[in-house]
Design a protein around this ligand. Sequence first.
Ligand code: COA
Length: 224
Amino acid sequence: MTEFVDIKVVDCAQELNDALEVRRKVFVEEQKIDPSLEFDGNDFCATHIVAYVDKKPVGTMRIRYFKDFVKFERISVLQNLRKSNISDLMMKTAVKLCAQKGYETIHGVCKKELLPRWAKDGAFPIKNAKPIIQNGMELIPIEQKIPQSEKVLNIQTSLDVLNKKEGQWFESSEVEGTYELLTKTQLSHMQEMKEKVKDSKKQGSKEYISPKTLILNTDSTKTY
Ligand SMILES: CC(C)(COP(=O)(O)OP(=O)(O)OC[C@H]1O[C@@H](n2cnc3c(N)ncnc32)[C@H](O)[C@@H]1OP(=O)(O)O)[C@@H](O)C(=O)NCCC(=O)NCCS
């Protein structure tokens, strides 16, 4: 059965609780981080994104805003749903939201083991920045560039638009959405397929294979 992921920008207390519950499970229970360090007070000045599967919160991250950059923090997915597209979907949503606010740079910190994961999104270690110790872990400062959005909020944007819910400023470019839940294996099959379709189009082949067909035919059992 096809499962779906709903990506939401938190706009009520219940959703904030959902975000914090995911972090409690991942960082406090699984990674044994002291709750007083995990819940540092900055949750009240951040934008939170939550991923839901079957209406249950399964992933979250938060964004904090500074003059020249945004900081992405606390990204987490419940253990049984990792190696899926959930973290990609949350990241894409956060990047789109920040692009529409006009930001160009993301900062973050991550463990060495996660560098290859964030490199896939275009993140790289900040040159000459020393690792920092946070919540008892050694973390590497990283940076990622945000592609410019066609639609950006600015001082001339009408108040009608500015007053809309976060991320719903521009019609047909809302940042929230519902997506098919995919494993990383399915995602990479899809990517391969897209490349093949591109190649076959370039070579003028009449045979068109839809990426969807590949997903349905793939033998990749769910790895989560
Ligand atoms: C970060 C996260 C959202 C990424 O989800 P994802 O895109 O599905 O990626 P994966 O879970 O497959 O993680 C990618 C790799 O990083 C490793 N990894 C993930 N979190 C890690 C951690 N806290 N410490 C060490 N390694 C970690 C995974 O084992 C995996 O390694 P592999 O590719 O060799 O199997 C998810 O791994 C997670 O929730 N981790 C725990 C929370 C966390 O540490 N967040 C900090 C983010 S900077």
